[in-house]
Design a binder for this molecule. Structure first.
Ligand code: GRF
Length: 198
């Protein structure tokens, strides 16, 4: 056996994004620094303008755009998305700021191998505007949750959470920034632990 016939033992991760991609960045950086038995093989975005796509391309990671605006309905979009993802045979599909609601069929197709990060301490504040809602509710603590993706939005079983304090004088922006920083530590850690079990 020579180097060319060694089996490829690296698992594939496919990351779905819609925008900035700062969580994507923390995951890619951790995968390299910590020598995970997995690589981010591809980044897929529904938004052609997503800043994370450009960054991923600069890292030599395959990038794809599946623009939801080009599809008649959710099932058609989700089918096109799966057609891009499946050739990578991903051990994990990682949603990192992916702002589309997924069909039950798509979720079922990736059951047990699709995770999401949500910027609240679920079960508090599923959906949008989590920081504003945490402030309005007078919560003293905020945070982020990594969870399995199930058909109900932001409701799958929790894998890990990070907590941060809500400080006097916090605005939506200052709280969002503190939570995001915690996300950048939480998401790679949760994925690293998950990979060890897969
Ligand atoms: C994060 O706050 C994440 O929790 C939420 O969307 C945001 C994505 O940020 N789902 P980024 O694109 O990873 O910078």
């Amino acid at each position: 056996m020579n180097a060319y016939s060694l089996p490829d033992l690296m698992k594939n991760i496919v990351v779905l994004i819609s925008g900035r991609g700062s969580n994507l960045r923390s995951i890619v950086q951790a995968s390299v620094a910590q020598q995970w038995p997995a690589r981010v093989a591809a980044v897929v975005s529904n938004n052609p303008q997503a800043a994370g796509l450009e960054w991923a391309g600069q890292q030599g990671i395959a990038t794809h755009v599946v623009n939801h605006k080009a599809y008649a309905d959710r099932p058609a979009f989700d089918q096109a998305l799966a057609q891009v993802i499946d050739p990578y045979q991903p051990a994990l599909v990682v949603l990192a700021g992916f702002m589309r609601i997924l069909t039950p069929e798509f979720v079922a197709h990736y059951a047990g191998r699709m995770v999401n990060i949500h910027p609240s301490l679920l079960p508090h504040f599923p959906g949008l505007h989590t920081h504003r809602r945490a402030l309005e509710a007078g919560h003293r603590e905020a945070g982020a949750t990594v969870h399995w993706v199930t058909p109900e939005l932001d409701h799958g079983p929790t894998l890990a959470q990070a907590r941060v304090p809500v400080l006097p004088g916090d605005t939506e922006e200052t709280l969002a920034q503190r939570v995001l920083q915690a996300e950048h530590e939480l998401y790679p850690r949760a994925i690293g632990e998950l990979l060890a079990q897969l």
